[in-house]
Design a protein around this ligand. Structure first.
Ligand code: 1VU
Ligand code: GLV
Ligand code: MG
Length: 324
């Protein structure tokens, strides 16, 4: 281990995070009663400019009046390049009660963006005597943000999670696609023309670099990495595949832009009984090995060693948090 140990953000279950437009008040109670672990009430891209002010009022009333149960509750504010942002922060933090857990900041480009929001939140909390410190969720969804992701992740003690905003990221990098997440038929390779077998086309995951980079930046700073939207809500299998590939890279959850995606995310991001049983067997085998003075042993014909303890603990801990 390095002498530097990242301080983990407060632990929160974040398997599914439901997006709810702040202009659609009829969705609020449904969202509160859903099985989503987390909800963000949106003031940004799901709200038309003409609805921004009313959406702000709707969200403040909803935070104060609706029973959100034990869900993580967040508000996505507008970007720092708009004049809506300062009023989002001031009104929400001055008028919404302590039920609010987080502010989601879109299109973060530099560490200074986070610094500016930290300064505002700190002043408002002090002036209004807010008891609970607001945490930050940061969406990485521009080329600038992806370039500066490591400094952004370390920019504030309020930071809790990084989110991959695939739609804006595609636009910002000028990727030639109009889908929101998911694969693209042009991103693949044709097997070698000189091979023995007939040529075959293999689709690739065009978002791999972005998600892997986000996972590293998040984990190196004790934050949760969360995969963003998958727009085709009529393709549950596609959603499940996207969620699973981000999960095995280290993400802790995925957005749901439609209620039908909540159960899929919760399922993918909950280790199965078989996986938890296997992880517990690894821990038992390693505990026995250590009493016998061994660092590496065989279990079911495979090597396990001290690193296996840490891997297995990730799975067992996640199962415990879900069961709690
Ligand atoms: O069965 P019911 O009629 O009682 O309920 C409907 C509908 O009201 C409800 N529902 C939702 N409930 C809570 N939260 C939601 N976000 C939500 N969406 C729908 O579920 C039942 C079935 O709904 P539906 O299939 O009839 O869906 P609609 O046609 O009403 O709406 C579809 C969209 C995609 C427009 C809607 O789900 C939505 O607005 N989703 C969130 C969009 C969003 O917040 N986008 C921003 C994040 S993504 C991003 O920034 C980049 C792309
Ligand atoms: C989310 O905000 C996205 O742009 O995908
Ligand atoms: Mg976006």
């Amino acid at each position: 281990m390095s002498f530097t140990i990242p301080t983990p953000a407060p632990a929160r279950l974040n398997r599914s995070e439901l997006a709810v437009p702040g202009s659609r008040i009829e969705l609020f109670e449904k969202a509160a009663k859903s099985k989503a672990d987390a909800i963000f009430l949106d003031l940004e891209d799901a709200v038309a400019p003409s609805d921004k002010e009313q959406a702000r009022k709707n969200i403040i009333a909803a935070i104060n009046d609706i029973d959100w149960g034990n869900k993580v509750l967040s508000v996505r504010i507008n970007g720092l390049d708009t004049h809506y942002m300062y009023r989002d922060v001031v009104d929400v933090l001055e008028q919404a009660g302590d039920r609010l857990d987080l502010i989601m900041i879109p299109k973060v480009g530099t560490a200074s963006d986070v610094y500016a929001l930290d300064m505002m939140a700190t002043q408002i909390e002090a002036a209004k005597g807010r008891k609970k410190r607001i945490g930050f969720e940061l969406i990485i969804e521009t080329a600038l943000g992806m370039q500066n992701i490591h400094e952004i992740a370390a920019a504030s003690k309020r930071n809790e999670s990084l989110h991959f905003g695939v739609a804006d990221y595609a636009a910002s990098t000028k990727a030639m696609t109009t889908g929101i997440g998911g694969p693209n038929p042009h991103y693949g390779v044709l097997t070698d023309k000189d091979g023995d077998n007939p040529r075959d086309y293999h689709w690739g995951d065009m978002w791999h670099y972005a998600i892997a980079r986000m996972v590293v930046a998040a984990r190196a700073n004790g934050l949760r990495p969360i995969d963003g939207p998958f727009g085709d809500f009529s393709d549950p299998e596609g959603y499940r595949a996207q969620a699973a590939r981000a999960m095995v890279l280290g993400c802790e959850g995925k957005w749901a832009i439609h209620p039908s995606q909540i159960g899929l995310a919760n399922d993918v991001y909950s280790p199965s009984d078989a996986e938890v049983t296997k992880a517990k067997r690894i821990l038992e085998a390693m505990a026995k090995a250590q009493t016998e003075g061994a660092g590496a042993v065989a279990l079911d014909g495979r090597l396990i060693d001290i690193a296996s303890i840490k891997q297995a603990e990730v799975m067992v801990r996640q199962a415990e948090v879900i069961a709690a």
